[in-house]
Design a protein around this ligand. Sequence first.
Ligand code: ADP
Length: 241
Amino acid sequence: MIEVEGLVKRYGRVSAVDGVTFTVEPGELLALLGPNGAGKSTTIRAITGLLRPTAGTVRVAGHDVLAASVAAKASLGYVPDRPYLYGKLTPRELLRFIARLHGVQDAAGRISHWLELFSLTDFGNELIEVLSHGMRQKLAFTAALLHEPQVLVVDEPMVGLDPRAARQVRQLLREYAAKGRTVLLTTHSLEVAEEVAHRVIVLDRGRILAQGDLASLRERAGVADAGLEEVFIRLLEQQEA
Ligand code: ADP
């Protein structure tokens, strides 16, 4: 699971994240929502150990991401919003390399399974640089899932995916959580959050503005049957009032 406690990140006088505490349990799929600049990426980067917080701690599968970074990273799969993949490798070469890094058993079988699932089998031996954005995004998912991490963190998963790939990814995220894994995603798409997430956290200006399932957020926003978008706008208005 993911445990974020008292997370603060300051850049000079700007607090990108200003005291954020939350937990994502095994089997849970949590969506981090919020307007631009809310602190979503900073929170994600702190969870993946890419960023040293000004204060606070983050644990992934019980491992402190800075003090026990190797164990934390072994438990984590991360799909960045703009994945960097080595363009001069082929998908199969990249995935074999990643499988070796993680000591994955039966790498060939797993690689074929994922390539097939994402309709990438025919492109397995092409150079990554010639693949479309959507194909590269699917490859990034495969790379993150190859070692079946306990915790999956995904930044803006649907951007640039065609409807079929987007549906596959939504299904994959739900199934992954259903296996008892922990899934955290950020998204601008309220539709995506509404469809896949068990719980949402709304960040605004580095703080948690609201959290809960959609029913409790609707109640808090005072709108009985509105979609998440309306709820979100009301919560931001309430905050500003
Ligand atoms: P989000 O992902 O929700 O759009 P970010 O976490 O990227 O938000 O950013 C939160 C705030 O922190 C923004 O005001 C942003 O300008 C600021 N910020 C993020 N990264 C840096 C950085 N490296 N240097 C200075 N300010 C930053």
